[in-house]
Write a new protein. Structure first.
Lengths: 356, 356
């Protein structure tokens, strides 16, 4: 909705994109004024103007049927995520409903300069928050139990996330599922992390905020150890760092995303990191190398097994990782824009590992 | 999803609630460990265990079909918001898809004690943020242009929202669409507000945050004037304050929500505030009196024109308002739980109007 017309209200609305004949938006009466001001559409309707019967005046499915009739629309293409209730109401009114193959606006994967600037705003928030988290980790000392301590209190994942949230807020960004995962938690790439942070163990910091005014997302991950890392964690870090740098350098228009993913897998194996199961738990590299970023945090194109050719204007994460419950996890992630000749890291951020 | 099984990931999942035969959840491989820990279900599946063909291993529609086959499910009832792509895939596999009349879990409107405690946590955040905003407005002085000034800078809607966001963060809450609307902006109940706040004009503060750990929402509105209000704004305030207090006192199990809404309209008319259009813009009281609050910010039951009887355990807002572009807007809102004998304001907050 935000991509198609720049309007994204709390409650449901109906948008009809009739191509050259323009876009029609139906909104609840209370949103009418704001929609007139903000929505990039040919016409804003409220249900009364569409003569929606009063008993279904609050039902978006009835708005969709009334709008289709008013605009003499006899067939509509919708996304696979379109609500079945509205689809069935359209079909009962003899309007054909087809599902788009893939994305409804496939051109959305290629970002405009303005969109890349918005993603960069989110990424500036993410990098500012990462720097704040790294500062807090550097400033922490270590108690006898090996836990990090900050201003007299144990530094937990929860407290470090609160440092991150504050830094994001300063940049008009907000994140919901920030990862600050230490030790064995870091070996599960989706573990959000909780409890005391400990010296000598890998700490994965994965921050993916949404820039609130524009709605665009950013994404960054760094992995650090307070004090000295184990020899195995150091080996994992070196392999991930090299693979991530290689992938950033390999990205350019025309290159196959799945080829990049396969090559990272190959390099990890060559470095001695096989992807397999041990005691029923996966170890090695068992997620994608990257995903598109825009008005959604996960959107096309992905850098994984799907056959995709990268194009200028794609904005993707590059985030290989290695995981092993016995040694923790290491993931390094930047968000890059594919340019005419390569890839540009949207907002650079250092890659520290062992923190003093 | 969160209501049905307590699990709410970033990416799509499939949930089958087979009633007494238990709940089945299909999640992407990366979420498997977390789902095992957190989801209240009988069984967690990953697509591989369901033998989803590898070419559709990442397609939730294929997971749904595989799960239906594995559990010998031949018909499913879904919500009206269910994705049409998944519904059509099920139908192609000869699984009947029916749409629920109304909500999929209608019992969700009646909250448990634990749920009410979660909503109260969100509401504590909302009230703390409201108090912080009121403190900032009281502390502000007024410059010669009539604008509010705080620490040498003009106090804008944007700056006051940032004060609100910080107070919310301290309570593990976050809000996206906070309203701080002054003067003519306050006359449009959905205007988010922007620019300098001015003395002598109504300022509507509407804060509806989500408590991040639990996912539950809270909602509060106060309307204030810095300095002296106009006689008309004072009349509007007195009418809204009396109507809101009356409605809170009128709520009890068995009472008709639409009756409460109609009575507020009647009281406003009696006080001289007719709801009508002037120059094409609505004036008076032209939104609902309240809505349910829970894991969504707007959910059943509503206190408006729909015929609904309130029940113990309902949690609703009570938020009458009066609007007039020539005089601004006044809305007062609390979130209340319907008890055995009446309504309990979840978190009390004063009702100041003219601020020194």
């Amino acid at each position: 909705m935000r991509y198609a017309c720049g309007f994204s209200p709390v409650d449901p609305v109906v948008l009809l994109d009739a191509g050259r004949k323009g876009k029609h938006l139906v909104v609840p009466p209370l949103e009418y004024g704001r929609a007139l001001d903000e929505a990039r559409v040919s016409k804003v309707w409220d249900p009364e103007a569409l003569r929606v019967p009063s008993e279904s005046r609050r039902d978006p499915a009835a708005w969709a049927v009334a709008l289709a009739r008013r605009t003499r629309t006899c067939a509509a293409t919708v996304s696979a995520a379109f609500p079945i209730g509205v689809a069935r109401a359209l079909e009962r009114a003899r309007i054909r409903v087809d599902i788009a193959e893939g994305a409804l606006y496939p051109e959305r994967a290629v970002k405009s300069e303005h969109e890349i600037a918005c993603i960069a705003l989110a990424q500036q928030g993410a990098v500012a928050a990462m720097r704040a988290a790294l500062r807090a980790l550097r400033a922490a000392r270590v108690n006898r139990a090996g836990e990090l301590v900050d201003r007299g209190r144990v530094l937990t994942s929860e407290r470090l996330k609160s440092v991150i949230d504050r830094a994001l807020l300063d940049r008009q960004c907000a994140a919901r599922e920030t990862i600050v995962a230490c030790g064995a938690q870091a070996a599960d790439p989706h573990h959000r992390g909780e409890g005391p942070l400990r010296a000598g163990e890998t700490i994965v910091l994965d921050i993916f905020p949404q820039h609130q005014p524009s709605g665009y997302w950013g994404d960054i991950t760094r992995t650090v150890v307070k004090g000295r890392a184990s020899p195995m964690a150091r080996r994992m870090y070196r392999a991930v760092r090299a693979a991530q740098a290689w992938a950033r350098a390999a990205i350019r228009p025309g290159v196959r995303a799945d080829g990049i993913h396969a090559e990272i897998k190959r390099r990890f194996e060559e470095a001695g990191f096989k992807t397999e199961h041990r005691d029923g738990r996966p170890i090695g590299f068992f997620h994608g190398t990257g995903h598109g970023v825009g008005l959604e945090i996960h959107e096309p194109p992905s850098i994984a097994v799907a056959k995709v050719r990268l194009r200028a204007g794609h904005v993707v994460t590059v985030e290989p990782g290695l995981y092993d419950p016995a040694h923790g996890g290491v993931r390094i992630e930047d968000t890059v824009a594919v340019t005419a000749s390569g890839a540009r890291v949207l907002v650079p951020c250092p890659y520290p590992f062992e923190l003093p």
